[in-house]
Design a protein around this ligand. Structure first.
Ligand SMILES: [Zn+2]
Length: 471
């Protein structure tokens, strides 16, 4: 007997929304058809003509747990994701302690397993731990990174020499290296040059387009020069210059069938916000890489549509309002975004900025493929895949309000902007968000180990941690 039957749904098929039913068994999609004509099931969901798409996979979140849980923790962060239609996250390593060795990984895994309401992967950090990269890969990290080429929150940035050593190790195990591309030398130079500059957009000028361009170019070259180049994924690309360099590198690789060895993503704040918003946002608009010109933002939407950019990820990086409410230079960088990623993208569909089909590709199918989550049943609304689903009413645009969001972070850079929020989010067939509240049990989320995971003879994970340890 199937566990769940979703009736009265609409599903995208060959560019058209068609009335459909969805059958779910053991948390996986059993079938999608016009009508199943079955009468026994555990649970019936009336979708009330809502559109059903795969739930989002956010490949870039910072949940601040362990170490800075007043900003976010695995419960608040995962609830925020679920309420925004995200059923899988990859969490980045710059926590306290950072995930750069076995103990850091086991501590984070413990916190996440106890609290997360959705499925998650944990990324491994790269700093001066090059000798330990292979070990954390075998312990089940999803991917490496983000690898910081310039200073940012958490201070994990490394030199180009260390980057080369790391990429070579990452290449040897055929893992993915996720890169935060900003050039540290140019940033430092501009810090000095603009020392007395009090302009509201000074942060964007300290880290100009060229800063990202230099770092992307260097990284591609450094990787090429290693014995075994790694697969590269550029996080939160924000400039036409970077996107063009990545497209060129993809083209060079495509004749040998390696085009997918270099991919990139964009964050919603580089699509829907720009330097024009500094007047309204002030320091709330400070993130790395920084806000770009309105023309650059328009280019990024176009590049996302044309396929030059492969995925959207939030770079959810919460800081409290009082922490941001200081002069620009001392304000921490980062904005929350995991709960608004899908609502902003779905509102963009309504405004004809992007097709629903493309949104599905860049928020589920492509991230699943890039981050190796498809092998774990993520990223497609098809038979045999996890029933991670987002149900929404495409006409129900509402203003985004921070008071309605579930993050600890008490503000959003998108206040008042249009969003289309999920009427329901399912994770492996369980309703985790019903449009009004989170109804998932704390800790129901499953760990999604990376492809390097080694298990013992009984197939159990080797990574050990003491369940009773204090937090
Ligand atoms: Zn970053």
């Amino acid at each position: 007997m199937p566990d769940v039957l979703i009736q009265n749904a609409r599903v995208l098929e060959d560019g058209r929304l068609v009335p459909s039913e969805i059958l779910i068994e053991d948390g996986k999609i059993k079938g999608i058809a016009k009508e199943f004509r079955i009468s026994s099931y555990d649970e019936l969901i009336n979708a009330d003509k809502m559109v059903v798409i795969p739930a989002g996979i956010d490949g870039h979140v910072h949940f601040r747990d362990p170490g800075m849980t007043y900003k976010e923790d695995w419960y608040s962060g995962s609830c925020s994701a679920a309420a925004g239609g995200i059923a899988t996250v990859l969490e980045h390593p710059n926590t306290l302690p950072p995930v750069i060795d076995k103990s850091g990984l086991s501590l984070k895994l413990k916190h996440a397993k106890k609290k997360s309401v959705i499925d998650f992967g944990i990324n491994g950090g790269v700093t001066n731990n090059v000798d330990q990269l292979k070990e954390i890969w075998r312990l089940g990290i999803s991917v490496f990174g983000e690898i910081f080429m310039a200073e940012s929150t958490g201070g994990l940035n490394i030199s180009n020499d260390t980057l080369g050593d790391a990429l070579s190790k990452i290449g040897e195990v055929d893992a993915l290296a996720c890169i935060h591309a900003e050039d540290e030398a140019l940033r430092l130079e501009n810090e000095v040059l603009l020392k007395n500059d009090t302009g509201i957009d000074v942060h964007s000028r300290i880290r100009p387009n060229e800063c990202e361009e230099i770092a992307v170019r260097d990284c591609i070259k450094i990787n090429k020069d290693t014995a075994v180049p790694a697969r590269l994924h550029f996080c939160h690309t924000s400039t036409p210059e970077a996107v063009s360099l990545i497209a060129k590198a993809q083209k060079e690789l495509s004749p040998v069938g390696n085009a997918r060895k270099i991919t990139c993503e964009v964050a919603p704040h580089h699509l829907f916000l720009s330097t024009k918003d500094y007047n309204k946002l002030g320091t709330l608009g400070k993130m790395n890489p920084p806000l770009r010109s309105p023309e650059d933002a328009a280019y990024m939407i176009q590049a996302l549509n044309s396929g030059l950019i492969n995925a959207v990820a939030s770079d959810h990086a919460p800081h409290m309002h009082y922490e941001k409410d200081v002069p620009m230079r001392s304000a921490p960088s980062g904005v929350p975004g995991v709960e608004t990623l899908m609502p902003l993208m779905l509102a963009a569909v309504r405004k004809n900025l992007i097709s629903l089909e493309r949104v599905i590709q860049v928020t589920s199918r492509n991230p699943a493929h890039i981050f190796g989550l498809d092998r774990l049943g993520k990223g497609s609304m098809a038979e045999g895949y996890d029933a991670d689903l987002l149900l929404f009413d495409p006409k129900k645009t509402v203003p985004i309000k921070s008071k309605n969001l579930h993050t600890h972070c008490d503000w959003t850079p998108y206040e008042g902007m249009d969003g289309i929020f999920p009427g329901m989010t399912l994770s492996r067939g369980d309703v985790v968000w019903d449009g009004f509240q989170i109804i998932a049990k704390k800790g129901r989320g499953a760990f999604l180990p990376g492809a390097g995971l080694k298990t013992d003879e009984d197939g159990k994970m080797i990574l050990e941690y003491d369940e009773d340890d204090d937090e």
